[in-house]
Design a protein around this ligand. Sequence first.
Ligand code: UDP
Length: 327
Amino acid sequence: MKKGVILIVGGAGYIGSHANKALSKKGYKTVVFDNLSRGHKEFVKWGKFFKGDLANKKQLEACFKKYPIKAVMHFSAFAYVGESVEEPAKYYINNVANTLNLLEVMRAHNVKHFIFSSTGAIYGEPVKIPINEKHPQNPINPYGRTKKVIEDILEDYSNAYGLKYTALRYFNVAGCDPDYEIGEMHNPEMHLIPLILDAAIGKRKNIKIFGTDDKTPDGSCIRDYIHVSDLADAHIKALEYLFKGGKSDCFNLGNGKGFSVKEVIEMAKKITGRKIRVIETKRRAGDPAVLIGTSAKAKKILGWKPQFNRLSSILETAWNWHIKMCK
Ligand code: UDP
């Protein structure tokens, strides 16, 4: 076992639980801090669990007093673009104000290492594809703006207080643990791939395509899909990079390939062998037409190598999990 504890804030959620598994497999002691508002207790299969809310500083204090925390991974945020447009206050309070609480308690306890879940949505409409980390940041929805605010804060804290952080800018996370111990389970579900699979399995009547008049070859939005276990692995690489003295920095995490909503649906039809009813509907506010990132920097500096670099293999793990859940 490695010394010190890694605190996983939001570790009962989709990505956090995959990070917990990956850390535990590597011999790290973990504590999951989660209020279970969107996470699942049954996903905390490794390490310890501390039920707490980031809005409640006393609970955070109690957790930091209880465990010798060496580093924090922060997954706890609202992450639905559409919802963020409709309810921005909810996003600024949870994603910004509550993250500040966490950073304050970290400062009080002299915890210096921080891995932050950021997003490709920080860039807004791309002016150049694939997007690298130097691309201008003009987020076009409140979700992306909340992440940008925190990245700016992290830079200032790093300069002033010696905080060592990495901001990991995820593109579209999908798939699940290939051992099927944990997976994606949101309520309500709003992400494309699980919604398509719901339609394939008959839990939903159809899948709606949000917009077919974009300036893309088939008119639907293009996204870069990355497997959640590859993402979890990048978190460990980022943590170890900081432990070895790496400087605070940001990294894109994606596969560098774009698939339109229509292409994802076609691929899902092949993988599932099911009929999927499709309805074309209007664009969703706040959606950039294309988001494809290059992760060359993470590969070079962190030594990260994604294993699932085909959309079909990402969809396969998502589908197997979906079948297991719906049994
Ligand atoms: N999308 C869609 N129908 C849905 C859900 C999503 O057409 O029911 C589209 C959405 O407009 C975006 C892409 O699928 O272009 C991925 O959306 P998701 O919500 O999964 O992730 P986001 O890119 O918003 O983070």
